[in-house]
Design a protein around this ligand. Structure first.
Ligand code: XUL
Length: 540
């Protein structure tokens, strides 16, 4: 007997499908459709529409749907028993918004299996492209919403986060202000997650409390749409938003389109989709205190499970609903893998050579610091991209490579100080987590052991595990989260990366150096140069 569960991850650069068999405790299929490579006719670069404006970052919602059909076509071709899939859930890059007209739901209800979905819903958009999480063009709207909601602290207390350029509420406000007539014609505004779920469900799907927290529209305590926040954003918004739901809710059965076209079982359950970070919380098994995860993907994120609601009144971190029904903390960086790649490519290296340099250079890097804002940054807030170097020449290959990795983790350590608990261990996921040398730097900077996983796509795995959990709850054969997770999260016990104790003091002092450097650039702090010289004298 087999019991398959499917997790889909609609992320910035690709759509991944990951299939697990709960009986044999195995991942039986995993594949990604890369938008740039597999769907070249959209002409995206790293999954985004190329533009000269570094602040406006959009992608194509039709492209994500086209990738979905390709996945199922491939799986059918490979004779995967799609009829054995008991439940499906998914993950979406967070915050992105999709704007649809009144035809959308009708079209979904009547999809014809002899045509592709893209061809059937192409006239359902009031906006052809979607602003995504990398967009930072909404400062004005952030300011307006924030001041209506009582300033930064008022906004954090109400919605769990300050207003952020990439959050959905400010994106929606900008659309309403710039295109009022198109806003008026918009019947429903989805997140990436609820949009993709709607396609599979054949009607509008709800937004879950995890992804809903990334909008500045949901009350973080009651987990309902908040009237004040809606009014501060755009008129009649309540009529244009899907309902809110628990991440574990069963929202219906798969649409007949997929049954007829690919042979899914008509009883295949659909579970609410969520954002990639809440999904990764499950996919890394961070469901109790003392653990944190770092996800090193297009965005770098640092997140942990929260037993109780706890807010960052400095306004840098976020609190989202967790798929377990509790909360999670999150900080997010735009200059994640794209910044690492930028440095790697600048010196024409491959990843193996990059790692060799990390291995051969000394911790602390002689006090060389980089503030790598290749893109506008979220934490700390930097809207004009610029790369700052201290004690570091632009053409210093070794220095730049060690600096980018050390400084990314120093920034994470610095900006996660508000989550009072120091993690006992950190779980690493995302593409760059396969790189042992990068993880060794993380272990040393945090002075904490780091574990990594065989499956680096924790968002897709998390979605598959969530669908299994809800399915068993649904058939009254409940399993607790640990039972669900432990079967699949293969923590590589043998390859725990231990921090090197002898660098503890070095990184404690380097953290202060990094803090001073950031303050100098962003908060008119004092020049960190004499502190940097003190650091060099102390350790070299
Ligand atoms: C989280 C965030 C990013 C995206 C990446 O707040 O903006 O991690 O979810 O897909």
């Amino acid at each position: 007997m087999v019991n398959y569960f499917l997790g889909l991850d609609c992320s910035t650069q690709s759509l991944t499908a990951l299939l697990i068999d709960f009986e044999s405790k195995k991942i039986i299929y995993k594949h990604s459709i890369n938008y740039d490579i597999d769907l070249p006719h959209y002409h995206t670069k790293n999954g985004i529409i190329t533009s000269n404006d570094t602040k406006v970052i959009h992608s194509y919602p039709l492209m994500w749907v086209e990738a979905l059909d390709i996945h199922f076509e491939l799986m059918k071709g490979k004779k995967i028993q799609l009829q054995e899939i008991k439940a499906i859930s998914g993950s979406g890059q967070q915050h992105g918004t999709v704007y649809l007209n009144h035809k959308f739901e009708k079209k979904l209800e009547t999809l014809q299996s002899n045509e592709l979905i893209v061809d059937q819903i192409s006239d359902c958009f009031t906006r052809k492209s979607s602003p995504i999480w990398m967009d930072s063009s909404t400062s004005k709207q952030c300011e307006e919403i924030r001041s209506t909601l009582g300033g930064m602290i008022g906004t954090v207390k109400l919605t769990g986060s300050n207003t952020f350029e990439r959050f959905s509420g400010p994106q929606i406000r900008k659309f309403y202000q710039e295109h009022p007539e198109k806003y008026q014609k918009t019947s429903i505004i989805h997140l990436v997650s609820s949009y993709m779920a709607s396609i599979l469900l054949g009607r509008n799907a709800p937004i879950d409390h995890g992804d809903g927290s990334g909008m500045n529209l949901m009350n973080i305590e009651t987990k309902q749409w908040d009237t004040r926040a809606l009014e501060a954003t755009a008129p009649s918004l309540i009529e244009k938003l899907p309902t809110l739901a628990h991440s574990y809710d069963t929202i219906g059965k798969i649409s007949p389109y997929f049954v007829e076209k690919y042979g899914f079982h008509p009883d295949t359950l659909l579970i609410t989709w969520s954002g990639d970070n809440p999904n990764s919380l499950i996919g890394t098994g961070v469901i109790n205190k003392g653990k944190a995860a770092i996800s090193l993907g297009t965005s770098d994120t640092y997140f942990s499970y929260l037993e109780f609601l706890m807010l960052d009144l400095n306004g840098e971190g976020h609190v989202f609903g967790a798929p377990t029904g509790d909360y999670m903390s999150l900080i997010c960086y735009k200059n994640g893998s794209l910044a690492r790649e930028n440095i790697k490519d600048k010196f024409n290296l491959n990843w193996a050579q990059f790692s060799e340099v990390l291995k051969a250079t000394p911790p602390g890097n002689y006090g060389k610091i980089i503030l790598p804002y290749f893109y506008p940054e979220i934490v700390p807030l930097v809207l004009e991209p610029k790369v700052y170097r201290f004690g570091l020449e632009e053409d210093d290959l070794e220095g730049n490579i060690r600096a980018i990795i050390e400084c990314q983790f120093l920034s994470m350590r610095l900006h996660s100080e508000w989550i009072k608990e120091k993690p006992e261990e950190i779980y690493a996921t995302g593409g760059a987590s396969v790189n042992r040398e990068i993880l060794q730097v993380a272990a040393d900077v945090f002075n904490t052991k780091v574990r990594y996983f065989e499956v680096t796509n924790s968002a897709a795995l998390g979605a598959a595990l969530r669908s299994a959990k809800s399915y068993y709850d649904n058939i009254k054969s409940s399993k607790n989260w640990s039972e669900i997770i432990n079967n699949f999260i293969n923590i590589q016990q043998s390859d725990v990366i231990l921090p090197n104790i002898k660098y503890k003091e070095l990184y404690d002092m380097m953290l202060e150096l990094y803090r001073k450097t950031e303050d100098f650039i962003l908060k008119d702090g004092i020049n960190p140069d004499s502190f940097r010289r003190k650091f060099i004298k102390e350790f070299y």
